[in-house]
Design a protein around this ligand. Structure first.
Ligand code: TTP
Length: 195
Protein backbone atom coordinates (compact mmCIF):
# COMPACT_ATOMS: atom_id res chain seq x y z
CA UNK A 1 0.00 0.00 0.00
CA UNK A 2 1.18 3.51 -0.81
CA UNK A 3 2.31 5.56 2.17
CA UNK A 4 0.61 8.88 2.87
CA UNK A 5 2.49 11.81 4.41
CA UNK A 6 0.66 13.92 6.99
CA UNK A 7 2.32 17.24 7.83
CA UNK A 8 1.55 18.03 11.47
CA UNK A 9 2.17 21.78 11.10
CA UNK A 10 0.34 25.05 10.49
CA UNK A 11 3.54 26.66 9.20
CA UNK A 12 3.19 27.87 5.60
CA UNK A 13 7.01 27.65 5.24
CA UNK A 14 7.08 23.93 5.99
CA UNK A 15 4.30 23.35 3.46
CA UNK A 16 6.19 25.38 0.86
CA UNK A 17 9.44 23.45 1.35
CA UNK A 18 7.71 20.06 0.89
CA UNK A 19 5.98 21.38 -2.24
CA UNK A 20 9.33 22.54 -3.62
CA UNK A 21 10.65 18.96 -3.67
CA UNK A 22 7.29 17.58 -4.83
CA UNK A 23 6.37 15.42 -1.87
CA UNK A 24 2.57 15.12 -1.68
CA UNK A 25 1.08 15.61 1.79
CA UNK A 26 -2.03 16.51 3.70
CA UNK A 27 -2.16 18.70 6.79
CA UNK A 28 -3.32 17.85 10.30
CA UNK A 29 -2.64 20.63 12.79
CA UNK A 30 -1.43 19.60 16.27
CA UNK A 31 -2.54 21.42 19.39
CA UNK A 32 0.11 21.34 22.13
CA UNK A 33 1.14 23.53 25.02
CA UNK A 34 4.71 24.53 24.13
CA UNK A 35 5.25 26.13 27.56
CA UNK A 36 5.27 22.67 29.17
CA UNK A 37 8.81 22.04 27.90
CA UNK A 38 11.13 23.54 30.49
CA UNK A 39 14.59 22.44 29.32
CA UNK A 40 17.11 25.16 28.47
CA UNK A 41 19.05 22.90 26.11
CA UNK A 42 18.14 23.91 22.52
CA UNK A 43 18.69 20.44 20.98
CA UNK A 44 16.59 18.78 23.68
CA UNK A 45 13.90 21.44 23.43
CA UNK A 46 13.35 21.24 19.65
CA UNK A 47 13.38 17.45 19.59
CA UNK A 48 10.91 17.24 22.49
CA UNK A 49 8.61 19.84 20.89
CA UNK A 50 8.74 18.14 17.49
CA UNK A 51 7.91 14.82 19.17
CA UNK A 52 4.96 16.27 21.09
CA UNK A 53 3.58 17.93 17.96
CA UNK A 54 3.81 14.62 16.09
CA UNK A 55 2.25 12.64 18.91
CA UNK A 56 -0.62 15.14 19.16
CA UNK A 57 -1.78 14.03 15.70
CA UNK A 58 -3.44 10.61 15.66
CA UNK A 59 -2.38 7.97 13.12
CA UNK A 60 -5.60 6.62 11.64
CA UNK A 61 -4.15 3.74 9.59
CA UNK A 62 -0.91 1.86 8.93
CA UNK A 63 -0.21 3.77 5.68
CA UNK A 64 0.11 7.13 7.40
CA UNK A 65 3.43 8.80 8.18
CA UNK A 66 3.35 11.89 10.42
CA UNK A 67 5.96 14.66 10.02
CA UNK A 68 6.32 17.44 12.59
CA UNK A 69 8.99 20.03 13.39
CA UNK A 70 9.94 22.88 15.67
CA UNK A 71 12.40 25.73 15.12
CA UNK A 72 14.17 27.92 17.66
CA UNK A 73 17.04 30.38 17.66
CA UNK A 74 19.75 30.10 20.32
CA UNK A 75 22.25 32.80 21.20
CA UNK A 76 24.65 32.75 24.18
CA UNK A 77 22.69 30.22 26.28
CA UNK A 78 19.43 32.04 25.52
CA UNK A 79 16.59 30.48 23.56
CA UNK A 80 14.74 32.93 21.34
CA UNK A 81 11.27 31.88 20.30
CA UNK A 82 8.59 34.03 18.65
CA UNK A 83 8.61 37.65 19.92
CA UNK A 84 5.57 38.78 21.91
CA UNK A 85 5.61 42.42 20.84
CA UNK A 86 7.62 45.20 19.17
CA UNK A 87 9.97 45.76 22.12
CA UNK A 88 10.65 42.05 22.42
CA UNK A 89 11.36 41.79 18.67
CA UNK A 90 13.72 44.77 18.89
CA UNK A 91 15.61 43.16 21.80
CA UNK A 92 15.96 39.88 19.95
CA UNK A 93 17.22 41.35 16.68
CA UNK A 94 19.57 43.73 18.52
CA UNK A 95 21.13 40.80 20.37
CA UNK A 96 21.73 38.98 17.08
CA UNK A 97 23.23 42.08 15.39
CA UNK A 98 26.93 41.64 14.57
CA UNK A 99 26.95 38.15 16.10
CA UNK A 100 26.73 34.46 15.19
CA UNK A 101 23.71 32.50 16.45
CA UNK A 102 22.41 28.96 16.02
CA UNK A 103 19.10 27.91 14.51
CA UNK A 104 17.84 24.47 15.54
CA UNK A 105 15.02 22.59 13.92
CA UNK A 106 13.81 19.39 15.57
CA UNK A 107 11.96 16.88 13.41
CA UNK A 108 9.79 13.89 14.30
CA UNK A 109 8.72 11.30 11.73
CA UNK A 110 6.41 8.55 12.95
CA UNK A 111 4.29 5.71 11.66
CA UNK A 112 2.34 3.00 13.46
CA UNK A 113 5.46 1.00 14.30
CA UNK A 114 8.38 3.36 13.91
CA UNK A 115 9.57 6.75 15.15
CA UNK A 116 12.59 8.85 14.17
CA UNK A 117 13.47 12.07 15.99
CA UNK A 118 16.44 14.29 15.15
CA UNK A 119 17.58 17.91 15.04
CA UNK A 120 19.75 19.93 12.71
CA UNK A 121 21.73 23.06 13.53
CA UNK A 122 22.62 25.94 11.21
CA UNK A 123 24.96 28.76 12.20
CA UNK A 124 23.91 32.23 11.05
CA UNK A 125 25.98 35.42 11.20
CA UNK A 126 24.25 38.83 11.11
CA UNK A 127 25.89 42.05 9.93
CA UNK A 128 26.05 44.78 12.57
CA UNK A 129 22.63 46.47 12.28
CA UNK A 130 21.57 50.08 12.82
CA UNK A 131 18.66 50.89 15.14
CA UNK A 132 16.69 52.42 12.22
CA UNK A 133 17.25 49.31 10.12
CA UNK A 134 15.85 47.08 12.87
CA UNK A 135 12.87 49.40 13.43
CA UNK A 136 12.04 49.50 9.73
CA UNK A 137 12.15 45.72 9.63
CA UNK A 138 9.86 45.33 12.63
CA UNK A 139 7.39 47.74 10.99
CA UNK A 140 6.92 45.17 8.21
CA UNK A 141 5.45 42.83 10.90
CA UNK A 142 7.58 40.02 9.52
CA UNK A 143 9.19 39.14 12.91
CA UNK A 144 6.05 38.21 14.81
CA UNK A 145 5.44 34.60 13.79
CA UNK A 146 9.11 33.69 13.57
CA UNK A 147 11.61 32.25 16.01
CA UNK A 148 14.36 34.80 16.71
CA UNK A 149 12.15 37.57 15.23
CA UNK A 150 13.38 37.29 11.64
CA UNK A 151 12.72 35.39 8.43
CA UNK A 152 15.76 34.58 6.29
CA UNK A 153 13.47 33.75 3.34
CA UNK A 154 12.06 37.29 3.07
CA UNK A 155 13.22 40.78 4.13
CA UNK A 156 15.30 39.25 6.93
CA UNK A 157 17.72 38.04 4.25
CA UNK A 158 19.40 41.46 4.23
CA UNK A 159 20.69 40.94 7.80
CA UNK A 160 22.55 37.74 6.97
CA UNK A 161 26.30 37.86 6.31
CA UNK A 162 26.82 34.11 6.08
CA UNK A 163 25.41 30.78 7.14
CA UNK A 164 26.95 27.37 7.82
CA UNK A 165 24.56 24.45 7.40
CA UNK A 166 21.24 23.85 5.68
CA UNK A 167 19.45 27.08 4.67
CA UNK A 168 16.09 25.29 4.80
CA UNK A 169 16.74 24.35 8.42
CA UNK A 170 16.57 28.09 9.21
CA UNK A 171 13.28 28.44 7.33
CA UNK A 172 11.78 25.59 9.39
CA UNK A 173 12.51 22.19 7.80
CA UNK A 174 15.94 20.65 7.03
CA UNK A 175 14.61 19.20 3.82
CA UNK A 176 17.57 17.19 2.52
CA UNK A 177 17.89 15.25 5.80
CA UNK A 178 14.09 14.93 6.02
CA UNK A 179 13.91 13.43 2.50
CA UNK A 180 16.62 10.92 3.41
CA UNK A 181 14.81 9.87 6.60
CA UNK A 182 11.37 9.73 4.88
CA UNK A 183 12.71 7.07 2.51
CA UNK A 184 13.01 4.74 5.53
CA UNK A 185 9.25 5.22 5.95
CA UNK A 186 8.45 4.53 2.29
CA UNK A 187 7.91 8.19 1.26
CA UNK A 188 9.81 9.51 -1.78
CA UNK A 189 9.92 12.90 -3.54
CA UNK A 190 8.17 12.77 -6.88
CA UNK A 191 10.88 14.26 -9.08
CA UNK A 192 9.70 13.74 -12.62
CA UNK A 193 11.39 16.60 -14.42
CA UNK A 194 8.10 18.29 -15.31
CA UNK A 195 7.75 20.50 -12.28
C1 TTP B 1 14.75 31.90 12.00
C2 TTP B 1 13.54 31.73 11.15
C3 TTP B 1 12.37 31.15 11.65
N1 TTP B 1 11.28 31.00 10.85
C4 TTP B 1 10.03 30.38 11.34
C5 TTP B 1 9.96 28.87 11.11
C6 TTP B 1 8.82 28.44 12.00
O1 TTP B 1 7.61 28.45 11.26
C7 TTP B 1 8.80 29.53 13.07
C8 TTP B 1 9.06 28.92 14.40
O2 TTP B 1 7.87 28.41 14.93
P1 TTP B 1 7.54 26.87 15.15
O3 TTP B 1 6.91 26.76 16.51
O4 TTP B 1 8.72 26.02 14.84
O5 TTP B 1 6.46 26.54 14.01
P2 TTP B 1 5.06 27.19 13.70
O6 TTP B 1 4.40 27.64 14.99
O7 TTP B 1 5.24 28.23 12.63
O8 TTP B 1 4.24 25.98 13.05
P3 TTP B 1 3.82 24.54 13.66
O9 TTP B 1 4.11 24.51 15.15
O10 TTP B 1 2.36 24.37 13.38
O11 TTP B 1 4.65 23.53 12.89
O12 TTP B 1 9.81 30.49 12.72
C9 TTP B 1 11.31 31.42 9.54
O13 TTP B 1 10.31 31.29 8.81
N2 TTP B 1 12.45 31.97 9.03
C10 TTP B 1 13.57 32.14 9.76
O14 TTP B 1 14.59 32.63 9.22
Amino acid sequence: MEKILILASASPRRQQILKQVNIPFTIRIPDIDESEIKTKDPMEKVTELAKRKGQAVPISNSNEVILSADTIVAFEEQILEKPNNRVHAFEMISSLSGNIHDVYTGVCIRSENREKVFAERTKVEFWPLKKEEIEAYIATEEPYDKAGAYGIQHYGAIFVKQIIGDYFNVVGLPVSRVVRELKQFGIYPNITGDN
